[in-house]
Every structure is written in C-alpha cells, then in structure tokens.
Design a protein around this ligand. Structure first.
Ligand code: NAP
Length: 248
C-alpha cells in the first residue's frame, strides 16, 4: 500500500545521508518531492534522475538558513507542485568544539543552519497549509538534543531548540489541522560516518541495545509514518529512533 499517494513533500538537505533516504522512501510511497541542498548540484541531479521515473521530483539550491530564500522557495514549489502536504526540516550541520575553544562563528553557524532554518520553513508553509486546512511538519532533532554531548553544545542547543519550537507549533496550529512532530535519530550510519575508524564505530554499535547503527531508511520510515494519514492524531510528539539508546 502506498501511504503518500497524491501528496507533495518538501525535504531540506536531501542530496545525501538521511535526507536522501527520506526522499527515496517517500517516492516509493507515491509522494511528489521538492528537495533542497546547499551546494551539491551533481548529487541533486543524480537524485532527480534516480526518482523521476516514479514521481515528480525537483531539487532547489536554497540555503535553509536564509529567511528570504526560504520564502522564495515556497513560492517556487507552490507554483510548480500546487500544494505542500509535508515538510521535513532535515538540513543540518555540525561544527564541534569544546566550549573553551568554540568560536562565536561556530555557535552562530550551527544555530542558523539547524534552528533558524526550521523557523524559516515552518513560517513560510504556515499560510499555505492553513489554506489547505491540513499539513504535517516533521523536524529533525537528535538524541544529542535530548541528552547533550560534550563538544557539541552548539549542536545540542540547536536540536533541543527544535523540540521546544515544534511542541509550540503543535499547540498553535493543531486547531488548523496542521501537525508538527520531531524525529530524534541516534547514531545513523551515513557517508559521513564511513570515513571514521571502524574500531570506534564498533564501540558505538556495542553501546546500542539493538547492537547496530541506524540506517537512513530507519529514519525515513519514521518520517513516512508522521507524513502519512496513519499519524493523523499524532502531534507535538518526539519520536526517538535510536535503537534503544534512550529509554526514558
Ligand atoms: P549530511 O549527510 O551531512 O547531509 C546534510 C544535508 O543537508 C546535505 O544534503 C546538505 O547539502 C544539506 N545542507 C547543509 N547545509 C544546508 C543549508 N544551509 N541549506 C540547505 N541544505 C543544507 O547529514 P545527515 O547525517 O544525513 O543528517 C541529516 C539530519 O539528521 C541533520 O539535521 C542531522 O543533524 C540529523 N541527525 C543526524 C544523525 C546522524 O547520525 N547522521 C544523528 C542525529 C541527527 P549539500 O550536499 O549541498 O551540502
């Protein structure tokens, strides 16, 4: 059964990793897809080519941290696709450092790309979704936003901020049938983690109750549920997808 037939989804940061996984799973379930990226033009074309035989798909080079660019993105997507049913605020970066060494730039950049971006896109889709009288907003946090992590105070603050923001939006827009939920991945094995030392990765795996790192598809399946009508009565929720790393 296809769960997203007739729906249009915007996914930020879909040229690799988790965002790409979400685009693939959403496409398999019939969603038309508008996706964004920061600079990877050739990867964006590859993704368009890979999925364009099954759904309508278009990539947009659009900086998620730029308020005006995001307004324009929504205008362009509405002109091209007609409606927007689901938004996945997935784009994110890390600039890790201990607080003693962290620069103001490292703090600002992470907060801008990870948290301002969620405000920018949520704000831009609110009116169109209110007009449609429905919508599902899915924001990508992290286990680090719940638990904290030494060396990632900027990233943890941005990901914790996403949770407070999303719960507030769920309360504000619930009466308009617009849902807002959070997915909090644990350790997900992507192209990014492939370059790390295998011994370190194995140690991480050993500390996870399910004894493996997550895959982009694991996260995509959680997003699929939240984007689909199966979750019509779920809003303001934080869905941990972490193999059991957090059990509270
Ligand atoms: P990734 O492999 O680094 O991919 C990031 C994506 O975001 C790329 O498509 C990148 O585009 C795009 N991007 C970066 N900055 C952007 C900007 N300013 N505007 C628009 N797009 C931008 O990341 P990932 O590991 O898949 O992670 C995806 C999300 O999950 C992030 O929010 C991350 O914090 C969260 N997360 C990841 C893990 C994990 O273990 N991987 C765990 C918990 C949470 P370009 O290719 O053009 O640069």
């Amino acid at each position: 059964m296809k769960l997203l037939e007739g729906k249009t989804a915007i996914i930020t940061g879909a040229t690799r990793g988790i965002g790409k996984g979400i685009a693939k799973v959403f496409a398999e379930h019939g969603a038309n897809i508008a996706f964004t990226y920061a600079s990877s033009e050739s990867k964006a074309k590859e993704l368009e080519n890979e999925l364009s035989s099954i759904v309508k798909i278009k990539g947009y080079k659009s900086d998620a941290s730029d308020f005006n660019a995001t307004q324009k993105l929504i205008d362009d997507v509405l002109a091209e696709f007609g409606n927007i049913d689901t938004v996945v605020n997935n784009a994110g970066i890390t600039r890790d450092n201990l607080i003693l060494r962290m620069s103001k730039e490292e703090w600002d950049e992470v907060l801008r790309v990870n948290l301002d971006s969620v405000f920018n896109l949520t704000k831009a889709v609110t009116k169109p979704m209110m007009k449609q009288k429905k919508g599902s907003i899915i924001n990508m946090s992290s286990v680090v936003g719940i638990k904290g992590n030494a060396g990632q105070s900027n990233y943890a603050a941005s990901k914790a901020g996403i949770i407070g923001f999303s719960k507030s939006i769920a309360l504000e827009l619930g009466s308009r049938n617009i849902r807002c939920n959070v997915v909090a991945p644990g350790f997900i094995e992507t192209e990014m983690t492939e370059v790390l030392d295998e011994k370190i990765i194995q140690e991480w795996r050993n500390n996870i109750p399910l004894k493996r790192g997550g895959t982009p598809e694991d996260i995509a399946n959680a997003c699929l549920y939240l984007a689909s009508d199966l979750s019509n009565y779920v809003t303001g929720h934080v869905l941990n997808v972490n193999g059991g790393l957090l059990t509270y």
